[in-house]
Design a protein around this ligand. Structure first.
Ligand code: SF4
Length: 175
């Protein structure tokens, strides 16, 4: 029996495959379950997904309200993020060691935890600031410590068309 493995993977934030876990007060990106356009694109191209667990759920559960980065910018949450970030980087290294093609990490722009390009700050969480979220900062630190690079692609509903085009290009480059 011939076993075919594409060895193509993306890391992906958990809520992109299950929008039901987003904080209360945050709208869905698209649809009611996964962000189907994105997931279908990956699945239809033989790309495997490594789902990165939602750090906010580990910290305060499902019944949490949407808030700004300040809420999560504390030592207890950062410690949790560091532990989760270690796991991500460890898995990344395993993929690299076995010659996987890693498209990047599909994370969530706007999130106080999982944003790459911008997130919301301020007491009400309504000030757009061009900095990553707390969890992504932890991952970036761990990557830097080990001289590793990982591409982060921030997903947001308004820019979904752009993100899909970018992901398509990345998948083509993985062939
Ligand atoms: S913390 Fe990350 S995984 Fe959890 S809901 Fe927010 S963006 Fe999604």
């Amino acid at each position: 029996m011939t076993i075919i493995r594409s060895k193509k993977i993306f890391f992906i934030s958990e809520c992109l495959v299950n929008q039901n876990i987003r904080a209360y007060g945050v709208g869905n990106m698209k649809g009611e379950g996964p962000v189907a356009d994105l997931i279908n694109l990956l699945v239809n191209n033989g790309v495997g997904l490594t789902i990165v667990s939602c750090p906010e759920i580990c910290y305060e559960g499902l019944k949490r309200k949407a808030c700004g980065k300040e809420h999560y910018n504390n030592s207890e949450y950062k410690k949790l993020c560091n532990i989760e970030a270690e796991k991500v980087v460890k898995r990344y290294k395993l993929y690299l060691d076995d010659n996987y093609k890693i498209g990047g990490f599909l994370c969530v722009n706007g999130s106080p935890s999982c944003a790459i390009d911008y997130c919301y700050t301020g007491k009400q969480g309504d000030e757009k600031t061009f900095v990553p979220g707390v969890f992504i900062e932890s991952i970036q630190e761990k990557l830097k410590e080990q001289n590793l690079n990982l591409k982060f692609i921030g997903v947001r509903m308004k820019s979904l068309g752009f993100v899909l085009s970018r992901v398509k290009e990345i998948i083509l480059d993985m062939k």
